[in-house]
Design a binder for this molecule. Sequence first.
Ligand code: COA
Length: 182
Amino acid sequence: MWGAPGVCQNPSMTPARVVLRAATADDDSFVVEMARHACVIEDRPLPDSDDDEVLEMLPPVGLVPIIAEDHSGTPLGAVWAYYGKPPLRCDSAGVPLPELCIAVAPGRRGAGVGGMLLDALFAALAEDHDAMCTNVHVRNPAKRLYERKGFRSVGQGNGPLGIAMIKDLRSNPTTGSGSRPA
Ligand SMILES: CC(C)(COP(=O)(O)OP(=O)(O)OC[C@H]1O[C@@H](n2cnc3c(N)ncnc32)[C@H](O)[C@@H]1OP(=O)(O)O)[C@@H](O)C(=O)NCCC(=O)NCCS
């Protein structure tokens, strides 16, 4: 499903071919590493692999992360959905919404990989879900990316500096709404 290569552009970097694919067992340690990155903002130290926050974010059994890798097969980033306890947000019937976990390796950020991963996750989740949600720290620049991709702030998230955001997967399931500013 995610085997098609894409061209990932950044004006300050050479365009690189990026392939999206389903994770395999060989990606397990990379997935944990990405979960550790998704837990922190700015340059704070990464939590340990067995930190409770990291463990909670790991993909549930049966849910396969999407991996972005470069032309040499080096993994660049990963995205998946998980279910936090307690749930960040529920739908109108009280069913927990899937929550976003995404990270791109330091040094490979800002080149469009995160956007590609989000689009792929939206398309996959839209098969079974009307919406998804995420928690973002108020100072995390990822909030701008999420807004471009159609997430909207809906109130208090986790902790005093967390913002809860929801993405409607039915309105524009492939790419989200909003485009990158010039
Ligand atoms: C958030 C993240 C997945 C985005 O991936 P990416 O490949 O850098 O994203 P793209 O290149 O497609 O889009 C760039 C946008 O990502 C956001 N961004 C967040 N951190 C960034 C970083 N360190 N460098 C560049 N962009 C970053 C910005 O909104 C940026 O848009 P802007 O240039 O208008 O500010 C990635 O930066 C990352 O792994 N950050 C650390 C982990 C994290 O915060 N995960 C989310 C937890 S809620």
